[in-house]
Design a protein around this ligand. Structure first.
Ligand SMILES: Cc1cc2nc3c(=O)[nH]c(=O)nc-3n(C[C@H](O)[C@H](O)[C@H](O)COP(=O)(O)OP(=O)(O)OC[C@H]3O[C@@H](n4cnc5c(N)ncnc54)[C@H](O)[C@@H]3O)c2cc1C
Length: 362
């Protein structure tokens, strides 16, 4: 008989962990008082993009492993659920503004060969060639851009729906919305409660005398355009993510707002972002806006994922675990987060990297 695992929170972290546990034979139940992808995971963007290949550290290595796991992870989800998560590894283009940026990009191409273990490349290419190959008419003062073949895209909401369906196909149960209150926790409990969870835990920590919060929500706004480039790579231009989705839309993200009054409403900051992308990519200037969205990214104090045992003074105790702090790359980190959390809660194997623990946030 498999172990019982109760996951609290049906965002990308909770669902990926629930799935990884169910695959290993655990009886999984997922509880969320709102619903599937009700928090940050219900957004529009879904860029699975690497950190730059330099100044290597545990976080970058963990993220690389997760990105390299994504092909197989999402293919299994699609097969089990019969649903399309919108995943494709089509790479990413970043225009290079000046000679310094070109030199740096070439140097990073060399380090990528080693750090990315020959499994993905980072190369400098003429934008004219990219335009022929991808259809993207990227503007670049140097005529050059970086292309990396590691970046992929996912469609956040369909991806979460596919994960939930895969858990259900493996026998998992869901207690969502008004049903959540009636759920009886069984076995170990994994708290994957996103920004709200970080704020709740911070309040508890302060009540126990902690000098600062252990994390918070950072608001982000994004939008979706009626532009079909579904077989083209994503772009990263002037801090903007341009992410073509499998469904024929193109997502644009995102704002970063530490101070906000309403976490889930869009405003002039998103209009400003739209204006910027239309200047940076005239190809998108006439595309209609299909959707506007805002939500809270869960950001731990350390900015790294926060994984592991959840102590009693933060609302946990024996048999309680936490998986939070996905911040800006929660979808990219999810396959590896799910693996290490399943290792820990089912097998007692602790493979969580240094810097990713609850105690790193005090
Ligand atoms: C604008 C924007 C753009 C982004 N772009 C990208 C991107 O391109 N690539 C990328 O990888 N990441 C991106 N992210 C980040 C990513 O969305 C997050 O890191 C990720 O969704 C966090 O997932 P989560 O499961 O931890 O939290 P959430 O998705 O917020 O899920 C938490 C869930 O917990 C539930 N919950 C809360 N309290 C309780 C409780 N007490 N009991 C049970 N359930 C509870 C909530 O209802 C919610 O459903 C972006 C985020 C934003 C806001």
């Amino acid at each position: 008989m498999g172990a019982d695992v109760t996951v609290r929170g049906a965002g990308i972290f909770g669902l990926a962990i629930g799935y990884a546990c169910a695959v290993r034979g655990a009886r999984v139940q997922v509880i969320d008082p709102v619903g599937i992808a009700a928090g940050a995971s219900g957004g529009l963007v879904g860029a699975l993009a690497p950190h730059v290949p330099e100044n290597w550290n545990a976080k970058k290595a963990f993220q690389l492993e997760s990105l390299l796991m994504a092909d197989a992870f999402w293919a299994q989800i699609a097969a089990l659920s019969g649903r399309d998560p919108g995943y494709a590894r089509l790479g990413r283009v970043q225009p290079l503004a000046d000679a310094g940026a070109v030199a740096l990009a070439r140097a990073r191409g060399d380090t990528a060969q080693t750090l990315w273990q020959g499994r993905a490349e980072w190369r400098v290419v003429p934008v004219a060639k990219l335009a022929q190959e991808t259809g993207w008419a990227v503007q670049s003062p140097t005529g050059l851009a970086v292309f990396d073949s590691l970046s992929a895209r996912i469609n956040p909401q369909p991806a979460c729906a596919a994960l939930a369906a895969a858990i259900a196909a493996l026998g998992g149960q869901f207690f969502l919305g008004s049903q959540a209150a009636a759920a009886r926790p069984k076995g170990v409990q994994v708290w994957a409660t996103g920004a709200q969870g970080l704020m709740d835990m911070s309040a508890m920590a302060r009540a126990h005398g902690a000098p600062r919060s252990i994390g918070a929500g950072v608001k982000g706004q994004a939008l979706s355009l009626a532009y079909n480039a579904c077989s083209a790579p994503q772009l990263f231009i002037d801090g903007l993510h341009v992410v073509p989705q499998a469904n024929g839309t193109t997502a644009i993200g995102s704002t970063t707002e530490r101070d906000y009054t309403s976490p889930t409403t869009t405003d002039a900051a998103l209009d400003e972002l739209l204006g910027r992308v239309r200047v940076a990519m005239p190809q998108l200037a006439q595309s209609a806006v299909l959707a506007r969205w805002a939500g809270l990214r869960p950001r731990s104090q350390s900015r790294a994922p926060m994984l592991g045992a959840l102590p009693a003074d933060l609302g946990g105790g024996v048999g309680h675990y936490v998986a939070n702090g996905g911040f800006k790359i929660g979808f990219g980190m999810a396959p590896k987060v799910a693996e290490v959390m399943a290792d820990l809660v089912l097998e007692g194997r602790d493979t969580i990297p240094v810097g990713f623990r609850v105690s790193d946030n005090f």
